[in-house]
Write a protein that binds this ligand. Sequence first.
Ligand code: ZN
Ligand code: ZN
Length: 163
Amino acid sequence: MGMSALAGSSRVGEALAWETSIVRDPEMARSGRCACGGVRFTTSLPLRPVVNCHCDRCRRITGHFMAATGCDPTGLYLDADRTLRWYEADPGVWYGFCGDCGSTLFWRADGVPDWISIAAGTLDPPTGLVTDSAWWTTTASDYHRLDPSLENYDREPGSSAER
Ligand SMILES: [Zn+2]
Ligand SMILES: [Zn+2]
């Protein structure tokens, strides 16, 4: 299903070696986990500001909206992935979640191999991140009040196709 690189156990050793070297650079390194701890991860690359994705898929899967940061997947290390499951919401579009506790964790698309979204709420605070925009605002549910202080887009910026 195209996720073998992320789930590979070789990353664990790499992550441990890396962890010892990045503790001195807390701006770059962040850790996170699902609610039960079956999935634990660390990141080694700068993370994008948080985007609230209100697309229909994200709304249903998260139960509200996907508040997502992310990076190139080479910067994501899975320190534990025992309970990590991937749901193919549309062909080639994957949501990573914990099969035990149900936490939403990741988003990936086969067509965007250099990107993985990370559900911002799974990061251990303080994240040092800010929310800067909202996407697919027209499919936010009617109960939701959009934040006028964000950059609000009715679709994904730079994308004409729904995906
Ligand atoms: Zn869990
Ligand atoms: Zn979405």
